[in-house]
Design a protein around this ligand. Structure first.
Ligand SMILES: N[C@@H](CCC(=O)N[C@@H](CS)C(=O)NCC(=O)O)C(=O)O
Length: 211
């Protein structure tokens, strides 16, 4: 199967990039420069009318949305056990991925681009503060979930990659992150994985090319 990931550095397309490496998949990456607005070009909008990364192209089929892409990869690479097999845990994984996509990620976007939430001048600080409060609440939930375990489901899954990106992005967007020792330790463990190191090295290459 021919797999191509449409990917932008720093963005949430890091999640499928790490997961593709974890799967041991053969794939190519098509870098998309969000900085230069490539996601809004007619060529890109033809692929994804939502104008977002990631897209995973699988034998010509275009899959958008992280939750769908990660689920697809888990189905395509069963030996890599990218998501839990056991039905109850599989649903819990879906629930957590949904939360990352529709709860935590949008709060990060509110911090990143408050102007997309409210046009009133002077509103930015309040938007950012409220989003930060939401994230801190969410991080408390993740921190409790990781108490006494290395990975959310015991063994590594794509949910860990998603939570890692959320952690990293909050650190990039927020001057100071309150102490969440379990979540911080999880991020440190993630950073040691070969998949993450490969993804970070690639990110540096793309950023250097974009500069
Ligand atoms: N719900 C989507 C969110 C995708 C998304 O928001 N991607 C951001 C990067 S993190 C993007 O492409 N932003 C470009 C833009 O809004 O112009 C998913 O989970 O795949």
């Amino acid at each position: 199967m021919k797999l191509t990931l449409y990917y932008a550095p720093i963005a949430c397309s890091l999640v499928p990039l790490i997961t593709l490496h974890e799967a041991g998949a053969q794939f190519t990456v098509e870098p998309v420069s969000l900085k230069k607005g490539q996601q809004r070009t007619p060529e890109y909008l033809h692929l994804n009318p939502k104008g977002k990364v990631p897209i995973l192209e699988a034998d010509g089929e275009l899959i958008t949305e992280n939750v769908a892409i990660l689920t697809f990869l888990a189905n395509m690479f069963p030996a890599a056990r990218l998501l839990p097999d056991e039905p109850q845990l599989a649903i819990k994984a879906l629930s957590l991925m949904g939360w990352c996509a529709s709860g935590l990620h949008p709060a990060l976007s509110r911090i990143n681009t408050p102007s997309k939430i409210c046009e009133l001048s002077g509103s930015e600080e309040s938007i950012r503060r409220l989003a930060r409060e939401d994230l801190v609440k969410g991080f408390g939930i993740v921190d409790a979930m990781l108490d006494g375990r290395d990975w959310v489901f015991g063994a590594w899954t794509a949910v860990d990659a998603y939570l890692f990106w959320v952690w990293r992005r909050f650190g990039q967007l927020s001057p100071s992150v309150p102490s969440f020792p379990n979540y911080a330790a999880h991020a440190a463990r993630m950073a040691k994985r070969a998949s993450v190191q490969k993804a970070f090295a690639f990110e540096q290459e793309v950023l250097a090319r974009e500069a």
